[in-house]
Ligand binder design. Structure first.
Ligand code: NAD
Length: 352
Protein backbone atom coordinates (compact mmCIF):
# COMPACT_ATOMS: atom_id res chain seq x y z
CA UNK A 1 0.00 0.00 0.00
CA UNK A 2 1.27 3.50 -0.84
CA UNK A 3 1.55 5.49 2.40
CA UNK A 4 0.22 9.09 2.39
CA UNK A 5 2.83 11.60 1.21
CA UNK A 6 3.45 15.20 0.19
CA UNK A 7 5.63 15.89 -2.83
CA UNK A 8 7.19 19.28 -3.65
CA UNK A 9 9.62 19.60 -6.57
CA UNK A 10 12.30 22.29 -6.48
CA UNK A 11 11.77 24.66 -9.44
CA UNK A 12 15.22 24.52 -11.01
CA UNK A 13 16.15 24.03 -14.66
CA UNK A 14 18.48 21.03 -15.02
CA UNK A 15 20.60 20.76 -18.16
CA UNK A 16 22.61 17.57 -18.63
CA UNK A 17 25.09 16.45 -21.25
CA UNK A 18 28.62 16.70 -22.68
CA UNK A 19 29.29 20.15 -24.13
CA UNK A 20 26.42 21.83 -22.24
CA UNK A 21 28.91 24.24 -20.62
CA UNK A 22 28.79 26.13 -23.91
CA UNK A 23 25.12 26.90 -23.34
CA UNK A 24 25.72 29.40 -20.50
CA UNK A 25 25.20 32.49 -22.69
CA UNK A 26 21.89 31.10 -23.95
CA UNK A 27 20.72 30.35 -20.42
CA UNK A 28 21.66 33.87 -19.34
CA UNK A 29 19.41 35.22 -22.12
CA UNK A 30 16.57 32.93 -21.08
CA UNK A 31 16.66 34.12 -17.47
CA UNK A 32 17.04 37.76 -18.50
CA UNK A 33 20.66 38.33 -17.42
CA UNK A 34 23.46 40.06 -19.30
CA UNK A 35 26.30 40.63 -16.78
CA UNK A 36 27.69 37.52 -15.08
CA UNK A 37 30.29 37.36 -12.34
CA UNK A 38 32.05 34.00 -12.70
CA UNK A 39 32.90 32.25 -9.42
CA UNK A 40 35.45 29.50 -8.70
CA UNK A 41 37.99 28.34 -6.16
CA UNK A 42 41.62 29.39 -6.65
CA UNK A 43 42.32 25.89 -8.01
CA UNK A 44 39.76 26.29 -10.82
CA UNK A 45 40.63 29.89 -11.73
CA UNK A 46 41.95 28.92 -15.19
CA UNK A 47 38.66 27.18 -16.10
CA UNK A 48 36.67 30.17 -14.77
CA UNK A 49 38.76 32.60 -16.83
CA UNK A 50 38.36 30.43 -19.90
CA UNK A 51 34.58 30.47 -19.39
CA UNK A 52 34.65 34.25 -18.98
CA UNK A 53 36.60 34.47 -22.25
CA UNK A 54 33.97 32.39 -24.07
CA UNK A 55 31.17 34.56 -22.65
CA UNK A 56 32.81 37.76 -23.91
CA UNK A 57 30.77 40.85 -22.92
CA UNK A 58 28.37 38.72 -20.93
CA UNK A 59 31.09 38.09 -18.30
CA UNK A 60 31.93 41.15 -16.20
CA UNK A 61 34.51 39.55 -13.93
CA UNK A 62 35.97 36.47 -12.26
CA UNK A 63 36.05 35.98 -8.49
CA UNK A 64 38.27 32.95 -7.82
CA UNK A 65 38.26 33.03 -4.01
CA UNK A 66 35.60 30.44 -3.07
CA UNK A 67 36.56 28.36 -0.01
CA UNK A 68 35.22 25.35 1.90
CA UNK A 69 32.27 26.03 4.27
CA UNK A 70 31.50 29.45 2.72
CA UNK A 71 33.29 31.86 5.07
CA UNK A 72 31.29 35.10 5.45
CA UNK A 73 34.42 37.24 4.83
CA UNK A 74 34.82 35.64 1.39
CA UNK A 75 31.15 36.29 0.61
CA UNK A 76 31.57 39.92 1.61
CA UNK A 77 34.51 40.50 -0.69
CA UNK A 78 32.69 38.74 -3.55
CA UNK A 79 29.66 40.98 -2.89
CA UNK A 80 31.89 44.04 -3.23
CA UNK A 81 32.88 42.81 -6.67
CA UNK A 82 29.23 42.05 -7.58
CA UNK A 83 28.40 45.69 -6.82
CA UNK A 84 31.55 47.14 -8.39
CA UNK A 85 30.92 45.45 -11.74
CA UNK A 86 27.08 45.67 -11.53
CA UNK A 87 26.71 41.92 -12.03
CA UNK A 88 23.10 40.79 -12.56
CA UNK A 89 23.81 37.06 -12.05
CA UNK A 90 26.52 34.69 -10.86
CA UNK A 91 27.86 31.67 -12.70
CA UNK A 92 29.44 29.25 -10.21
CA UNK A 93 31.87 26.80 -11.82
CA UNK A 94 32.98 24.11 -9.37
CA UNK A 95 31.97 21.91 -6.47
CA UNK A 96 30.09 22.58 -3.26
CA UNK A 97 32.44 25.35 -2.11
CA UNK A 98 31.91 27.47 -5.21
CA UNK A 99 28.21 26.70 -5.32
CA UNK A 100 28.05 27.77 -1.65
CA UNK A 101 29.52 31.16 -2.51
CA UNK A 102 26.99 31.67 -5.33
CA UNK A 103 24.18 30.73 -2.94
CA UNK A 104 25.48 33.11 -0.27
CA UNK A 105 25.48 35.96 -2.82
CA UNK A 106 21.98 35.08 -4.05
CA UNK A 107 20.70 34.86 -0.48
CA UNK A 108 21.84 38.44 0.13
CA UNK A 109 20.96 39.97 -3.27
CA UNK A 110 18.43 37.59 -4.87
CA UNK A 111 20.33 37.73 -8.18
CA UNK A 112 19.95 34.51 -10.21
CA UNK A 113 22.54 31.72 -10.19
CA UNK A 114 23.72 29.41 -12.91
CA UNK A 115 25.80 26.53 -11.49
CA UNK A 116 28.12 24.36 -13.53
CA UNK A 117 28.68 21.46 -11.14
CA UNK A 118 32.08 19.72 -11.28
CA UNK A 119 31.92 17.40 -8.25
CA UNK A 120 29.24 15.02 -6.96
CA UNK A 121 28.43 16.93 -3.73
CA UNK A 122 24.91 17.91 -4.86
CA UNK A 123 24.71 21.40 -3.36
CA UNK A 124 23.59 22.86 -6.70
CA UNK A 125 20.11 21.32 -6.37
CA UNK A 126 19.38 22.21 -2.75
CA UNK A 127 17.87 25.38 -1.23
CA UNK A 128 20.33 25.00 1.68
CA UNK A 129 23.31 27.23 2.48
CA UNK A 130 25.91 26.38 5.12
CA UNK A 131 28.20 29.27 6.01
CA UNK A 132 30.85 29.99 8.63
CA UNK A 133 31.49 33.08 10.69
CA UNK A 134 34.12 33.22 13.44
CA UNK A 135 34.53 29.46 13.17
CA UNK A 136 30.83 28.73 13.72
CA UNK A 137 28.91 26.99 10.93
CA UNK A 138 25.21 27.76 10.53
CA UNK A 139 22.72 26.51 7.97
CA UNK A 140 19.85 28.37 6.33
CA UNK A 141 17.15 27.10 3.97
CA UNK A 142 15.41 29.62 1.71
CA UNK A 143 13.91 29.55 -1.81
CA UNK A 144 16.32 32.33 -2.92
CA UNK A 145 19.22 29.93 -2.26
CA UNK A 146 18.16 27.38 -4.88
CA UNK A 147 20.10 27.95 -8.14
CA UNK A 148 17.88 28.78 -11.13
CA UNK A 149 19.87 26.81 -13.73
CA UNK A 150 22.17 23.83 -13.14
CA UNK A 151 24.43 22.59 -15.91
CA UNK A 152 25.87 19.09 -15.60
CA UNK A 153 28.57 18.65 -18.22
CA UNK A 154 30.40 15.35 -17.65
CA UNK A 155 33.36 16.58 -19.73
CA UNK A 156 34.22 18.94 -16.87
CA UNK A 157 34.53 16.02 -14.46
CA UNK A 158 36.99 13.99 -16.55
CA UNK A 159 39.82 15.63 -14.62
CA UNK A 160 38.26 15.44 -11.16
CA UNK A 161 41.12 13.82 -9.20
CA UNK A 162 40.56 10.15 -8.51
CA UNK A 163 40.57 10.38 -4.70
CA UNK A 164 38.07 13.24 -4.85
CA UNK A 165 35.91 11.33 -7.35
CA UNK A 166 35.66 8.41 -4.93
CA UNK A 167 34.95 10.41 -1.79
CA UNK A 168 32.62 12.85 -3.55
CA UNK A 169 30.68 9.90 -4.97
CA UNK A 170 30.28 8.40 -1.49
CA UNK A 171 29.24 11.85 -0.22
CA UNK A 172 26.45 11.85 -2.81
CA UNK A 173 25.46 8.28 -1.94
CA UNK A 174 25.02 9.36 1.68
CA UNK A 175 22.26 11.77 0.62
CA UNK A 176 20.45 8.92 -1.10
CA UNK A 177 20.94 6.41 1.73
CA UNK A 178 19.58 8.79 4.37
CA UNK A 179 16.80 9.89 2.03
CA UNK A 180 15.50 6.31 1.96
CA UNK A 181 14.43 6.52 5.61
CA UNK A 182 13.61 10.25 5.79
CA UNK A 183 10.37 10.94 7.63
CA UNK A 184 9.19 13.16 4.76
CA UNK A 185 10.28 10.74 2.01
CA UNK A 186 7.94 10.21 -0.93
CA UNK A 187 7.80 7.69 -3.78
CA UNK A 188 9.77 10.01 -6.10
CA UNK A 189 12.59 10.66 -3.61
CA UNK A 190 12.85 6.91 -2.98
CA UNK A 191 13.06 6.16 -6.71
CA UNK A 192 15.72 8.82 -7.16
CA UNK A 193 17.71 7.54 -4.18
CA UNK A 194 17.72 3.92 -5.38
CA UNK A 195 18.64 4.94 -8.93
CA UNK A 196 21.36 7.30 -7.65
CA UNK A 197 22.93 4.48 -5.62
CA UNK A 198 22.78 2.19 -8.65
CA UNK A 199 24.43 4.80 -10.86
CA UNK A 200 27.38 5.21 -8.46
CA UNK A 201 27.70 1.44 -7.95
CA UNK A 202 28.14 1.06 -11.69
CA UNK A 203 30.18 4.20 -12.37
CA UNK A 204 32.73 4.46 -9.55
CA UNK A 205 34.58 1.15 -10.13
CA UNK A 206 34.97 2.07 -13.82
CA UNK A 207 36.23 5.57 -12.91
CA UNK A 208 38.79 4.02 -10.53
CA UNK A 209 40.16 1.88 -13.37
CA UNK A 210 39.81 4.57 -16.04
CA UNK A 211 39.28 8.10 -14.65
CA UNK A 212 38.68 9.61 -18.09
CA UNK A 213 35.96 7.12 -19.05
CA UNK A 214 33.30 9.45 -20.48
CA UNK A 215 30.38 7.06 -20.06
CA UNK A 216 31.13 6.36 -16.39
CA UNK A 217 31.72 10.08 -15.72
CA UNK A 218 28.30 10.81 -17.21
CA UNK A 219 26.66 8.11 -15.11
CA UNK A 220 28.32 9.40 -11.91
CA UNK A 221 27.21 12.97 -12.59
CA UNK A 222 23.68 11.71 -13.29
CA UNK A 223 23.86 9.92 -9.92
CA UNK A 224 25.06 13.14 -8.30
CA UNK A 225 22.00 14.99 -9.62
CA UNK A 226 19.66 12.27 -8.32
CA UNK A 227 21.29 12.07 -4.89
CA UNK A 228 21.58 15.85 -4.56
CA UNK A 229 17.91 16.22 -5.40
CA UNK A 230 17.06 13.78 -2.61
CA UNK A 231 19.13 15.93 -0.22
CA UNK A 232 17.28 19.03 -1.41
CA UNK A 233 13.80 17.62 -0.95
CA UNK A 234 13.76 15.43 2.18
CA UNK A 235 15.26 15.64 5.66
CA UNK A 236 18.55 14.06 6.69
CA UNK A 237 19.38 12.35 10.00
CA UNK A 238 22.27 10.84 12.02
CA UNK A 239 24.78 10.59 9.18
CA UNK A 240 24.56 14.23 8.12
CA UNK A 241 24.46 15.38 11.73
CA UNK A 242 27.72 13.60 12.61
CA UNK A 243 29.44 14.80 9.42
CA UNK A 244 28.29 18.35 10.10
CA UNK A 245 29.64 18.10 13.65
CA UNK A 246 33.03 16.74 12.60
CA UNK A 247 33.41 19.21 9.71
CA UNK A 248 32.19 22.19 11.72
CA UNK A 249 34.03 21.58 15.00
CA UNK A 250 37.10 19.55 13.97
CA UNK A 251 37.57 20.84 10.42
CA UNK A 252 37.68 17.37 8.89
CA UNK A 253 37.44 17.44 5.06
CA UNK A 254 33.84 17.28 3.82
CA UNK A 255 33.77 14.46 1.26
CA UNK A 256 36.24 12.19 3.11
CA UNK A 257 34.27 12.50 6.34
CA UNK A 258 31.08 11.45 4.55
CA UNK A 259 32.87 8.59 2.81
CA UNK A 260 34.26 7.14 6.05
CA UNK A 261 31.12 7.48 8.12
CA UNK A 262 28.57 6.24 5.59
CA UNK A 263 28.87 2.47 6.34
CA UNK A 264 28.77 3.13 10.10
CA UNK A 265 25.77 5.44 10.21
CA UNK A 266 23.75 3.34 7.79
CA UNK A 267 24.82 0.20 9.68
CA UNK A 268 23.65 1.86 12.91
CA UNK A 269 20.19 2.50 11.46
CA UNK A 270 19.83 -0.69 9.43
CA UNK A 271 18.28 -2.80 12.19
CA UNK A 272 15.63 -0.15 12.89
CA UNK A 273 14.40 0.24 9.30
CA UNK A 274 15.45 -2.87 7.34
CA UNK A 275 12.61 -2.56 4.86
CA UNK A 276 13.41 1.09 4.08
CA UNK A 277 17.10 0.33 3.55
CA UNK A 278 16.34 -2.71 1.39
CA UNK A 279 17.34 -0.76 -1.78
CA UNK A 280 20.88 -0.47 -0.36
CA UNK A 281 21.05 -4.25 0.05
CA UNK A 282 19.47 -4.76 -3.37
CA UNK A 283 22.08 -2.54 -5.05
CA UNK A 284 25.17 -3.58 -3.10
CA UNK A 285 24.25 -7.06 -1.74
CA UNK A 286 24.42 -8.04 1.94
CA UNK A 287 23.59 -6.05 5.06
CA UNK A 288 23.61 -2.29 4.34
CA UNK A 289 26.52 -1.22 6.60
CA UNK A 290 28.85 -4.07 5.62
CA UNK A 291 27.90 -3.83 1.95
CA UNK A 292 28.68 -0.09 1.84
CA UNK A 293 31.96 -0.69 3.69
CA UNK A 294 33.01 -3.37 1.20
CA UNK A 295 32.02 -1.19 -1.77
CA UNK A 296 33.98 1.78 -0.38
CA UNK A 297 37.02 -0.46 0.23
CA UNK A 298 36.78 -1.89 -3.30
CA UNK A 299 37.11 1.60 -4.81
CA UNK A 300 39.98 2.61 -2.53
CA UNK A 301 38.09 5.05 -0.30
CA UNK A 302 39.62 6.15 3.01
CA UNK A 303 38.15 4.07 5.84
CA UNK A 304 39.39 5.49 9.16
CA UNK A 305 38.72 8.85 10.81
CA UNK A 306 42.15 8.66 12.44
CA UNK A 307 43.62 9.28 8.98
CA UNK A 308 41.82 12.66 8.79
CA UNK A 309 43.81 14.13 11.68
CA UNK A 310 41.16 13.44 14.30
CA UNK A 311 42.69 12.23 17.57
CA UNK A 312 41.10 9.49 19.67
CA UNK A 313 40.70 12.06 22.45
CA UNK A 314 38.50 14.17 20.13
CA UNK A 315 35.92 11.39 19.94
CA UNK A 316 34.44 12.15 23.38
CA UNK A 317 33.71 15.77 22.49
CA UNK A 318 32.49 14.75 19.02
CA UNK A 319 30.01 12.32 20.63
CA UNK A 320 28.85 15.03 23.06
CA UNK A 321 28.28 17.49 20.21
CA UNK A 322 26.61 14.93 17.94
CA UNK A 323 23.90 14.15 20.51
CA UNK A 324 23.52 17.70 21.83
CA UNK A 325 20.46 18.93 19.91
CA UNK A 326 17.79 16.24 19.71
CA UNK A 327 16.92 15.43 16.10
CA UNK A 328 14.93 12.76 14.39
CA UNK A 329 16.65 9.48 13.51
CA UNK A 330 15.05 6.10 12.77
CA UNK A 331 16.99 4.48 15.64
CA UNK A 332 17.10 6.31 18.97
CA UNK A 333 20.34 8.11 19.66
CA UNK A 334 22.27 7.90 22.90
CA UNK A 335 25.72 9.14 23.69
CA UNK A 336 27.21 5.73 24.42
CA UNK A 337 26.12 4.25 21.08
CA UNK A 338 27.32 7.26 19.13
CA UNK A 339 30.67 7.18 20.96
CA UNK A 340 31.01 3.49 19.99
CA UNK A 341 30.07 4.27 16.37
CA UNK A 342 32.74 6.99 16.26
CA UNK A 343 35.32 4.60 17.71
CA UNK A 344 34.56 2.06 14.97
CA UNK A 345 34.79 4.76 12.29
CA UNK A 346 38.02 6.10 13.81
CA UNK A 347 39.60 2.65 13.68
CA UNK A 348 38.10 1.77 10.29
CA UNK A 349 36.35 -1.36 11.58
CA UNK A 350 33.92 -3.13 9.21
CA UNK A 351 30.31 -2.85 10.46
CA UNK A 352 28.35 -6.11 10.90
P1 NAD B 1 34.95 21.59 -3.14
O1 NAD B 1 33.95 22.38 -3.89
O2 NAD B 1 35.57 22.23 -1.94
O3 NAD B 1 36.09 21.13 -4.17
C1 NAD B 1 37.31 20.57 -3.69
C2 NAD B 1 38.46 20.97 -4.59
O4 NAD B 1 38.33 20.29 -5.85
C3 NAD B 1 38.46 22.47 -4.90
O5 NAD B 1 39.78 22.93 -4.93
C4 NAD B 1 37.87 22.52 -6.29
O6 NAD B 1 38.25 23.66 -7.01
C5 NAD B 1 38.39 21.24 -6.91
N1 NAD B 1 37.56 20.72 -8.00
C6 NAD B 1 36.23 20.67 -8.05
N2 NAD B 1 35.82 20.11 -9.18
C7 NAD B 1 36.95 19.80 -9.88
C8 NAD B 1 37.17 19.17 -11.15
N3 NAD B 1 36.17 18.70 -11.90
N4 NAD B 1 38.44 19.01 -11.56
C9 NAD B 1 39.47 19.43 -10.79
N5 NAD B 1 39.32 20.00 -9.57
C10 NAD B 1 38.06 20.19 -9.13
O7 NAD B 1 34.38 20.17 -2.68
P2 NAD B 1 32.89 19.58 -2.58
O8 NAD B 1 33.02 18.32 -1.83
O9 NAD B 1 32.25 19.59 -3.90
O10 NAD B 1 32.12 20.66 -1.70
C11 NAD B 1 32.26 20.71 -0.29
C12 NAD B 1 31.53 21.90 0.26
O11 NAD B 1 30.19 21.91 -0.23
C13 NAD B 1 31.42 21.91 1.78
O12 NAD B 1 31.61 23.22 2.26
C14 NAD B 1 30.01 21.43 2.04
O13 NAD B 1 29.51 21.87 3.28
C15 NAD B 1 29.27 22.01 0.87
N6 NAD B 1 28.03 21.28 0.50
C16 NAD B 1 26.84 21.92 0.67
C17 NAD B 1 25.66 21.30 0.34
C18 NAD B 1 24.36 22.03 0.47
O14 NAD B 1 23.32 21.52 0.08
N7 NAD B 1 24.36 23.22 1.02
C19 NAD B 1 25.67 19.99 -0.18
C20 NAD B 1 26.90 19.35 -0.33
C21 NAD B 1 28.09 20.01 0.00
Amino acid sequence: MIAPFTYTGNPAKIVFGPGQRDGVAGWMDKIGCARALILSTPAQRAEAEALAGRLGDKAVGVFAGAAMHTPVEVTESALEQVRAVSADCVVALGGGSTTGLGKAIAYRTDIPQIVIATTYAGSEVTPILGQTENGVKTTVRDPSILPEVVIYDPDLTLGLPLAMSVTSGLNAMAHAAEGLYAQDRNPVSTLMAAEGLRAFRDALPVIVRDPANAEARGEALYGAWLCGTVLGTVGMALHHKICHTLGGSFDTPHAETHAILLPHTIGYNAGAVPELLAPVSAVFGGSPGAALFDFAASIGAPSALRDLGLSEADLDRAADLAVRNPYWNPRPIDRESIRALLQDAWEGRRPA
